[in-house]
Design a protein around this ligand. Structure first.
Ligand SMILES: Cc1cc2nc3c(=O)[nH]c(=O)nc-3n(C[C@H](O)[C@H](O)[C@H](O)COP(=O)(O)O)c2cc1C
Length: 153
């Protein structure tokens, strides 16, 4: 199983922590949207897409990469994020829709809180300080394990 995780983590490297734990569990390669061409994605059986949530959606570079893909009929994907306000059904909606439009089969979604000092929040030291914490990362590891086991069936 060839697995790739594509992520963006620009605020506090919160999402990078999650991406690394998942990559270890899934024996996946890690890259950024600007480190891969749409054509190269064809080499992978499973692709994880994740970033922090910036203005209620994933990072624009991740969304743009998906826009530039050809149809990926039946290729397996998962979505992940970290956010100040962890509301995945809402925060993931754009990426989820775009992936589905391209024919991906979404095998799971993961999200957790991430330290957020955006804007005025910096004045109060931010919210979710310390997140993702050990517990969040253990949840991420278990999520990746479930994806792995699910794909064997
Ligand atoms: C410019 C900017 C915009 C953000 N917008 C949102 C938002 O709309 N909703 C939210 O829940 N968190 C928002 N956040 C908080 C981030 O999603 C959160 O800190 C996340 O863990 C950052 O991940 P990263 O460190 O991997 O970049 C925003 C942060 C920044 C810097």
């Amino acid at each position: 199983m060839n697995t790739l995780i594509i992520y963006v983590s620009i605020h506090h490297r919160n999402t990078e922590k999650v991406a690394k734990v998942m990559a270890k569990t899934l024996e996946a390669e890690l890259t950024k949207p600007w480190g891969i061409t749409p054509k190269e994605l064809l080499n992978y059986d499973l692709i994880g897409f994740g970033s922090g949530i910036y203005w209620w959606r994933h990072h624009w570079a991740l969304l743009k990469l998906v826009d530039n893909l050809t149809r990926m009929e039946g290729k397996k994907a998962f979505i992940f994020s970290t956010a100040g306000m962890n509301i995945p059904w809402y925060n993931h909606r754009q990426l989820r829709r775009k992936l589905k439009e391209k024919g991906f089969q979404i095998v799971g979604e993961f999200s957790c809180r991430g330290w957020d000092t955006n804007g005025w929040l910096a004045k109060i030291g931010g919210i979710n300080k310390g997140h993702p914490n050990e517990r969040d990362l253990e949840r991420a590891r278990r999520f990746a394990e479930e994806v792995k086991v699910g794909l064997k069936d």
